[in-house]
Design a protein around this ligand. Sequence first.
Ligand code: IVH
Length: 681
Amino acid sequence: MPVDLARAAALRREIERHNYAYYVLDQPTIPDAEYDRLFRELQALEAEHPELATPDSPTRRVGGKPLDGFAPVRHVVPMLSIRTETDTEASGAQAFDARVRKELGLGESDPPVDYAAELKFDGLAINLRYELGVLVQAATRGDGETGEDVTQNIRTVHAIPLRLHADKPPVVLEVRGEVFMRRDDFERYNAKQREAGKPTLVNPRNGAAGSIRQLDPAIAAQRPLSFYAYGLGEVQGWTPPPTHSATLDALEKLGVPVCAERITGRGAAALIAFHDDIAARRDSLPFDIDGVVYKVNRLDLQRELGFVTREPRWAVAHKFPAQEQLTTVLGIDVQVGRTGALTPVARLAPVFVGGVTVTNATLHNQDEIDRKDVRVGDTVIVRRAGDVIPEVVAAVIERRPVPEPPRFNILQSYPVCPECGSHVVRLEGEAAVRCTGGLYCPAQRKQALLHFAGRRAMDIEGLGDKLVDQLVERGLVHSPADVYGLGLDTLAGLERMAEKSAANLLAAIEASKATTLARFIFALGIRNVGETTAKDLARHFGSLAALITADEAGLLAVRDVGPVVAQSIRQFFAEPHNLEVVNKLRAAGVHWPESTGVQQSAGILAGKTLVLTGTLPMLTREAAKEMIEAAGGKVAGSVSKKTDYVVAGEEAGSKLTRAQELGVTILDEAGLLALLESQEQ
Ligand code: IVH
């Protein structure tokens, strides 16, 4: 054998071995770069010696020349369809078993029938014809008698072997199965298309069917498809094993992909168990299925049962409820979420999908509406999978009403929040359109209150989830300001609220009035303003008035504040509803020490290092630290020559002794407060 010929054959074997390991076994054997190198070497050899190219060469997987059309292929053994049980109950399996037993003449005392059960894949049926082990032709089902020759496209499906793994392959072996697209491949492909500004696939099923029907195999080659075998067509020179399940095992040994989600079992009970198991796991499978298929396992019994009107008596499909349906969009409105995001929702003509009647489906956000170009009046595909909220998958553009309805734009249709009338904005770089009335908007009330009362915000102990729910639902609290108007009678009347806990809560509410500017800013729940930013803002501006009136340049001068945060802050205080709540809070007695901020003065403790030791009579350590930081000081953990002040409380220990040794100024709590107040004058 000439060297080149031997090398080409060796390369083909090696590349296909890696292909099989990667695409069928899901166990990659070599790095991609190495695979590419082998592939290019083979391509170069074949280009130099075209006579070396064989029909089973992996180089043929990349797609050949575009076709004018597909040639017809007559199936030697017709490709039949199977009877479908549309009911979703166990009775489907029982009715099938009863029919089979009757046809076989089995009585009640005869043993149960052995069945095989497998998945009903949702793709495109294909017949693969292997002659002496080499894939020579692939055809679609067509009308069952005559299909189309899609060999070029099928060669691009890496999981399909171009040569069977057998030393003595059958003379003819036709493998039947389904070409489909896995969900992760579908998502990845669409993401890539979207990035490139190219059209996306509507769903995995259309992805698979559309790819195989592509006249240009180079396009088909870019679509990631998979394949599972479920049966045989014409066979010559090979005796299949005596059962369906053993036949699939044999195909697997020949290198043909067979799905592992299959069972064999006795009687209807085994089928029902399989049906229920798969129905429960449907959404976590890596690909879409539309049901399960039951088959009599013994091939001799299959032959005995035969066919009626193009459907075998030995098999039945048990369909799950369809997860996609067509319907029309009656209108588009928005729902305001807990965080103020306006989610567009399509109001639909009622449609039964995924087992329930659906009348609304989410459109996610403006970008999704634009991408799918969904308009009022459109016919759309609606999907509901498992417990996931229904979504509009795509608009069927061919069915768009004439004249064309206008495009839908959230900001144009909803310039103000439908819940509270506050202005609606879209921040740079954000997908969501949001209501700016965070403190006032009923949709955001619970969220805003919980955040306001949080430990690191106003720290109102006892004002948690359950209580916030009750206060809001009974209309007792509309905004955080109303918390300060609550009385003992009102609180004691609530569920799970004894007089004692009501009194404790009132005390906590009262205590929260004395706070810091940083906590207050954080408590407002301004989007993108976390605890650290709130501290930076408080230190920088010193007073709430300075923050409210700051322009963009002023805000950008604050450490770590960028354009998005600055925009959030400006939009929050530009909303009159929010200012109203802020004013009510101050009128209710919420207060904090204000300063002129670091813009004018550096703060009384600027550049100073303080150490806290012992227990202070009034302030918690955290509060003392915040106040020191607000005045520009730094709190350190140990005393050194660089320490400016040591603030000592009760039971101060070694730190106090060390301060005395080093001659550092020692303050008590009152001394610290006096120092801080001297700055506020
Ligand atoms: S057996 C003679 N098994 O369902 C019986 N079909 O109506 C031949 N399908 O379009 C079919 N998964 O492509 C069989 N595990 C499975 C299947 C399956 C999907 C499709 C098949 C055909 C339709 C049958």
